[in-house]
Design a protein around this ligand. Structure first.
Ligand code: COA
Length: 146
C-alpha cells in the first residue's frame, strides 16, 4: 500500500494558519501577503483574487512571477496524492510556476509540476495539465492553445 503524504507539523501549521485571510482578505495586497506567509514564493506586483487555493501541503513549491494575475477561485497545485490515496503508487510532488505577467482566468486549475509561461493567458475555467508556452493563450480541459 502506497504511503500518503507526510509533512512536518511546522510546515502544515504555517500553511494552514493563514488560509482564511489568504482567501478572503479585502485587498489583493493582503491576500498576497498571507499567501507569502503560508510559504508561497510570490514576486512583486502580483494580483491574487478571492478564494485562490495554492497548494496546502507544499505551498513553498509554487512560484508566482512578477505582475502575474491569479483570478478568483483558481487552484494551483504542487502535489497529487491520487495514486497514494488509492494505493496505486506514490505521491507526486512538482514545482509549479506562473511566470512573470502570466494570467489565470477565473476558476482555473493548474496541476503539479506545470509552468505557465511569461505573459501566457489561461482562459476562465481551464485545467492546465501541461506547460504553457510564453505569450500564448490556452483554454479548456485539458487546456489547449486557442
Ligand atoms: C481567453 C480569453 C482571453 C479569450 O478571449 P478572446 O481573445 O476574446 O477570444 P474569443 O472570445 O474570440 O474566443 C476564441 C475561442 O476560444 C474559445 N474560448 C474563449 N474562452 C474560453 C474559455 N474560457 N474556455 C474555453 N474556450 C474558450 C471561444 O469559444 C473561441 O472558440 P471558437 O474559435 O471555436 O469559437 C477569454 O475568453 C477569457 O477567458 N478571459 C479571462 C476572463 C477572466 O477570467 N477574467 C478574470 C477577471 S480579470
Amino acid at each position: 500500500m502506497a504511503q500518503k503524504a507526510r509533512r512536518k507539523l511546522r510546515f502544515r501549521l504555517r500553511s494552514t494558519a493563514f488560509l482564511i485571510p489568504a482567501w478572503f482578505s479585502p485587498t489583493s495586497e493582503l491576500r498576497v501577503a498571507f499567501h507569502r506567509a503560508r510559504g508561497v514564493r510570490i514576486a512583486e506586483g502580483v494580483e491574487i483574487g478571492y478564494f485562490v487555493l495554492i497548494d496546502n501541503l507544499s505551498p513553498n513549491k509554487v512560484t508566482i512571477g512578477s505582475r502575474a494575475t491569479i483570478a478568483a477561485l483558481s487552484a494551483i497545485l504542487a502535489h497529487d496524492e491520487s495514486m497514494a490515496y488509492t494505493g496505486r503508487g506514490p505521491e507526486v510532488v512538482g514545482e509549479t510556476r506562473i511566470d512573470e505577467g502570466g494570467f489565470l482566468g477565473v476558476r482555473c486549475i493548474v496541476l503539479a509540476g506545470v509552468t505557465v509561461g511569461a505573459r501566457a493567458i489561461v482562459a476562465a475555467g481551464s485545467v492546465v495539465t501541461r506547460d504553457v508556452a510564453a505569450d500564448t493563450t490556452v483554454a479548456g480541459s485539458p487546456a489547449r492553445p486557442i
